[in-house]
Design a protein around this ligand. Sequence first.
Ligand SMILES: NC(=O)c1ccc[n+]([C@@H]2O[C@H](COP(=O)([O-])OP(=O)(O)OC[C@H]3O[C@@H](n4cnc5c(N)ncnc54)[C@H](OP(=O)(O)O)[C@@H]3O)[C@@H](O)[C@H]2O)c1
Length: 271
Amino acid sequence: MPSYLITGGSRGIGWEFGRQLASNPDNTVIGLVRNTSATEKKVSEELQGQSNVHVVRGDITDYASLQTAVADTAQITGGSLDCLIANAGAVSHFDAYDPIGVLGEKPGALEEEMMNMFKVNVVGNTHLFNLFVPLIRKGTLKKVIAISSGQAALDMIPRLEIEAASVYATSKAALNTVVAKFSAQYAKEGILFLSICPGMVDTGRYDEATPEQKHRLKKMLDSFVSYAPHFKGPSTTETAIKDVLSVIDRAAVERGDGGTFVSHYGNKQWL
Ligand SMILES: NC(=O)c1ccc[n+]([C@@H]2O[C@H](COP(=O)([O-])OP(=O)(O)OC[C@H]3O[C@@H](n4cnc5c(N)ncnc54)[C@H](OP(=O)(O)O)[C@@H]3O)[C@@H](O)[C@H]2O)c1
């Protein structure tokens, strides 16, 4: 009975991870969320309250809540965890359209956003990994997956001149480094730490865009097409997570995957 814990299991990509994993009754699926009652309601309505789905409370910026979440998880699984999917993340609206030089015209706001992204995406996940390693060590799969972003792929940013999402991308690049460092320590114990980008996925991020913002977004999407002519825009969560789960399934320390950063194809093709 493999056990999976997904942070940010309340909605978007995290919800879809839970939904697909729970469709196999052999899996034990645990969603770590900030609002347990809202997610429990969603589980009962949309997943017919499947008995292999559990919800635990946790905020990845609140260390004490993560300690409690580890204890709650151990209660459900009997003291181990096979796979941790660190999906929860802060996605910036501040940096969504403007280049870093324009963001710098509001230095206070830029600094605040950088600290906030770092707190959630980097510091929060570092605490999460440290606290869950003891359960992962007792698991059978021994996998820790960070959901990162191709926005942090350093070969892509200059090549496609991707100006937007600079604060978000910086935090994800730092997360990739955290993952590599955990791998440096734990691969020798057979624990896989791996960063995966799910591709560009429609979770409503650009729903509120103004016509001017849509115009700038189109410029970025056009550059994506120049890189990947098959790219037709953001994929559904269903397609993206099917791909990511297959990458997680194949990935192993023995294959040299530890500490690396790959796409939903399992390589460096980001779109
Ligand atoms: N969508 C894309 O195209 C895309 C591409 C590449 C990577 N990603 C990454 O994929 C992950 C999920 O993205 P998404 O599009 O599904 O985003 P989303 O719809 O904004 O969902 C974010 C999730 O993270 C949770 N979360 C945020 N801060 C948290 C905290 N402090 N503690 C616990 N949970 C927290 C949210 O919980 P609440 O419901 O409580 O707010 C929510 O479940 C993120 O890490 C994102 O960076 C997304």
